[in-house]
Design a protein around this ligand. Structure first.
Ligand code: BGC
Length: 765
């Protein structure tokens, strides 16, 4: 079995309901000539006419709308939740009735959304249906591992399935729009939101984002099982200074375009219908007021024809950023930048009309903004079937089906990364006496991570529960709280550890320490957990640790006290069973890190594709002091990007580029052999890295260009083939044009970003 990603095409072009104008080679002013920028879900001529039909319907509706009603389509408000379920304030219902609400979020359940939709469709002046959005991030009711975890599977097909299941569940409960995928490149583990993305590499992030878009939107966005995807947070949110959430982003245009934008673009190329702005500024301009981002790049250069929604109150926040003098100018800045929908600021409703009257915003711009919203609503099938997601009978049987829970388990085990396994401490024999210890061992809540949508802990097994299912001889002690300095549980932990064959410690972070507004300056285990580990190790030399957490941690001081460490992240609704599949050896771990784990937090940001510098550090260089290095810590991370152990071992050989020289445009074929040299079968992720040795601008020391997942039986050897094209080697050159350059390229193929087996080739123009 081989899964190939390098030439992966969307498996249904149906998800592509428009094609970027640039790809068609047309020069189009997108917002006002959308006809040309849209093709059909399947791309056939017939469907192209169908899209013209959509434009015609948008036109005729636009002719009926007053300015007030157009503005209404640009306003989005939240619903709330109380113990009895979802609730929407009476005054919001009143606004819907007056036609002043185009979209809602956090409203779900078929019956509640049916109620709101009925008001919009049957009682508002034009009867325009509401678009219901929700943070469906890693599942809706069945919760899958957090996104950072899922990316460690390096399996886009699996991730697409997760998004499909999420769409099946969410659409049964009134939701039509997922605020996902998050395509922010994450290189600073202090930032809590690294848990929501796919790590540090833009190729991998983009492929994961595209897979999610295909899964959410399915064959046809108007289907009652399809969600409209929303690519966020545009742009550069992952580059917040010092990992502090909402902080300033100050990166060069080269870094923005070369590193941060490609992942959003890949997800948009898969056909995503919407984009969410970022909270941060980029180059002194808040993203939500950035014409450069929302219009120049997104619409004019990329040909995006969908809608842009602000992040939560981001329009109001322009006041705090200090680019807007008052609410009126904040409103004008966002609308003029190209932000269609105001999420929760309530500024468009209050001030947009006046901004038009004062001439700060043209009515034509309001029209453009409104057209984009209506267009998506047409494509989403809302006008033809506004109640498509409100069937209470369907909802009753739509959630947590057996197959979904099985998928949750499967994704969990494919997302876990085995970090250490001294002396094959794992897997554990089921006959052993195991002491399960740690503050997270019996937690159900933490397994779901942040953004758990409609998920809950009903039926969720803790790691302890799942261990008991598989291993007959289990004892348990919590040992300590998550963070408080309380050692009263140590005695019991020591007692059961003393008599056990092996101790399984479950430590890490509380889920509330990850996600939005959860930045930290210390990424090591809380000291109480460290102390507990030392106490346990003092009485039992066989310690295996399972980590539940949402970011790379500093584990340097933990390693000496453990024999094995399994990074299990927050594995989701049926994740504990997936983790135990690995502990028991029923599944051979195959996850690979998508973010480097620093040796010390002071190395951050540390990522594999750094630059060489003018004074690169090598241990054999005699000028040791005056090199780019730290005095007391190595430059390299503890665990590099792409790293992960297995219960078997793999060996790479014969990495070979077919030719020495290529002309620009010729496909480059690279082969390598990979062999399973151990005793059990397993999935290996063969990764291809390339270095452009000399460039018109400095180039990273290596960049991931492709990967393949290969299943190998013990002793089995396979040859794998990668084919690179000009596009794969292109970048923003000194003059900011995008393309390839002549010269030497080094390549490596291996099991992580430190791969040592390699070859090289030259390109000539
Ligand atoms: C987050 C977004 C999210 C939105 C709606 C914001 O605070 O940044 O990612 O989609 O809230 O809940």
């Amino acid at each position: 079995m081989t899964k190939t990603y390098i030439e992966e095409k969307p498996n249904n072009t149906g998800g592509r309901w428009y094609v970027p104008v640039m790809m068609l080679g047309l020069v189009v002013l997108v917002a006002c000539t959308v006809k040309e920028s849209f093709i059909s879900p399947s791309g056939s001529t017939e469907d192209y006419f169908r899209s013209r039909e959509v434009e015609r319907r948008v036109d005729s509706l636009m002719r009926l709308l007053t300015l007030e009603e157009k503005i209404g389509q640009l306003c989005m408000y939240t619903s709330h939740h109380d113990v009895t379920g979802p609730s929407t304030p009476i005054y919001t219902e009143e606004l819907i009735r007056e036609g002043k609400v185009g979209a809602m979020f956090n409203a779900f359940t078929a019956s509640h959304n049916a109620h709101l939709q009925r008001i919009a469709v049957e009682e508002s002046p034009r009867g325009i249906p509401i678009l219901f959005g929700y943070d469906v991030i890693h599942g809706f009711k069945t919760i899958f591992p957090i996104n950072l975890a899922m990316s460690c599977s390096w399996d886009t097909i699996l991730v697409e399935q997760v998004a499909r299941v999420s769409a099946m569940e969410a659409t049964a409960s009134g939701v039509k729009w997922a605020f996902s995928p998050m395509c922010d490149i994450s290189r600073d583990p202090r930032w809590g939101r690294v848990s929501e993305g796919s790590g540090e590499d833009y190729l991998l992030c983009g492929k994961m984002g595209a897979a999610m878009v295909r899964g959410y939107q399915g064959e046809d966005m108007s289907s009652d099982t399809s969600l409209v995807a929303c690519v966020k947070h545009f742009a550069g949110y992952g580059a917040v200074q010092a990992g502090r959430d909402y902080h300033t982003v100050d990166i060069t245009d080269r870094t923005l375009r070369g590193v941060y934008l490609p992942a959003y673009k890949a997800a948009l190329d898969a056909g995503a219908g919407s984009v969410m702005t970022a909270f941060n500024e980029v180059d002194g301009c808040p993203a939500t007021a950035s014409y450069y981002l929302m219009t120049d790049i997104l619409r004019d250069q990329w040909g995006f024809g969908g809608l842009v929604v602000s992040d939560y109150t981001a329009v109001m926040e322009l006041l705090h950023h200090g680019t807007a003098t008052d609410s009126l100018s904040a409103t004008a800045q966002a609308v003029n930048a190209g932000v269609n929908i105001d999420m929760e600021s309530d500024f468009y409703r209050q001030y947009l009309r006046r901004a038009v009257e004062y001439g700060y915003v043209s009515e034509k711009q309001v029209d453009r903004m409104c057209r984009d919203v209506l267009r998506i609503k047409f494509y989403a099938g809302l006008f033809d079937n506004p109640y498509q997601n409100t069937d209470v009978t369907r909802e009753k049987t739509a959630h947590q089906k057996d197959s979904y829970m099985q998928l949750s388990r499967r994704v969990a085990r494919e997302s876990c990364v085995l970090l250490e396994n001294e002396g094959m401490a794992l897997p554990l024999d089921t006959a052993l006496n195991i002491a399960v210890i740690g503050p997270l061992a019996d937690s159900r809540d933490d397994l779901l991570g942040s953004w758990r949508a409609a998920g809950d802990t009903l039926g969720v097994l803790s790691i302890l529960d799942a261990m008991k299912e598989r291993f007959p001889h289990i004892s348990y002690a919590k040992g300590c709280p998550m963070m408080e300095d309380d050692t009263t549980g140590f005695a019991r932990a020591r007692e059961i550890a003393t008599t056990a064959d092996v101790v399984l410690m479950v430590c890490g972070e509380s889920w509330q320490w990850t996600g939005e507004a959860a930045s930290v300056t210390d990424i090591s285990l809380p000291s109480i957990q460290d102390k507990l580990l030392q106490v346990v190790r003092g009485v039992n030399r066989n310690v295996v640790m399972i980590l539940l957490n949402g970011r790379p941690l500093e584990l340097t001081d933990v390693i000496p006290y453990t024999n094995a460490i399994l990074e299990a992240w927050y594995p989701g609704s049926n994740g504990a069973r997936g983790v135990v599949d690995i502990i028991s050896g029923d599944y051979n771990p195959s996850g690979r890190l998508t973010m480097s784990f620093p040796m010390r937090v002071g190395q951050v940001p540390v990522h594999y594709d750094m630059k060489n510098t003018g004074r690169p550090y090598t241990p054999d260089n005699p000028r040791q002091k005056y090199l780019s290095r730290y005095l007391f810590t190595p430059n390299s991370p503890l665990y590099p990007f792409g790293y992960g152990l297995s219960y078997t071992s793999y060996e790479y050989s014969d990495v070979s580029v077919e030719e020495d020289h290529y002309l620009t445009g010729e496909p480059i074929r690279i082969t390598a052999k990979v062999k399973n040299t151990g005793a059990v079968a397993g999935w290996e992720t063969a990764q291809l890295y390339v270095r452009d040795v000399i460039g018109s601008v400095t180039r990273p020391v290596r960049e991931l260009k492709a990967w393949q997942k290969v299943y190998l039986a013990p002793g089995e050897e396979r040859e794998i083939l990668f084919t690179l094209t000009e596009k794969d080697l292109s970048f923003y050159r000194a003059d900011m044009t995008w393309g390839i350059e002549e010269g030497r390229y080094d390549v490596w193929v291996g099991g992580d970003s430190n791969a040592s087996e390699g070859d090289y080739f030259y390109i000539k123009e």
